[in-house]
Design a protein around this ligand. Structure first.
Ligand SMILES: N=c1c2ncn([C@@H]3O[C@H](COP(=O)(O)OP(=O)(O)OP(=O)(O)O)[C@@H](O)[C@H]3O)c2ncn1[C@@H]1O[C@H](COP(=O)(O)O)[C@@H](O)[C@H]1O
Length: 112
């Protein structure tokens, strides 16, 4: 059986590592290098990774889509860290939306 951890916990752990890189030597860490370049560069990277994810989503293999998705999630979390957002802030938003679309769908359905 695989010992790989397949869980959203992976994102929380990655975020902790990302945070720990703040102020580190940019030559020693890709994340520290991104932080040293500031929020505009980090946001630009999120945009680039999003576009690459879209391209792979339309015409790439599932493996390529997965790889670009991982790059996108990593860079998005660097942006959260730079702006002082924590993953739990986003998890709480998602939790609060549970069932919202179900209510909307039911309300807009005639004779339901
Ligand atoms: N999850 C990631 C991760 N995903 C993607 N990347 C990097 O993001 C970059 C994306 O590719 P690009 O060609 O766009 O990057 P680039 O060549 O630097 O491009 P430019 O910035 O020059 O435009 C690659 O260098 C990837 O290695 C990541 N770099 C680090 N991590 C994790 O972040 C943590 C801290 O890593 P370090 O900061 O390197 O210690 C570790 O757990 C790493 O596994």
């Amino acid at each position: 059986m695989s010992t790989t951890k397949i869980s959203a916990e992976v994102l929380d752990e990655l975020y902790s590592v990302i945070l720990s890189r703040k102020g580190d030597d940019p030559s020693m860490s890709h994340t520290a290098n991104l932080f040293s370049k500031g929020v505009s560069k980090i946001a630009q990277k999120v945009g680039e990774e999003a576009v690459e994810t879209v391209i792979e989503g339309v015409s790439g293999s599932k493996k390529e889509l997965a790889a670009e998705s991982a790059d996108l999630l990593y860079h998005l979390m660097v942006l959260w860290a730079e702006r002082g957002l924590k993953p739990e802030d986003i998890w709480a938003l998602l939790e609060g939306r549970k069932g919202v679309s179900g209510i909307t769908e039911k309300a807009s359905r005639p004779n339901s």
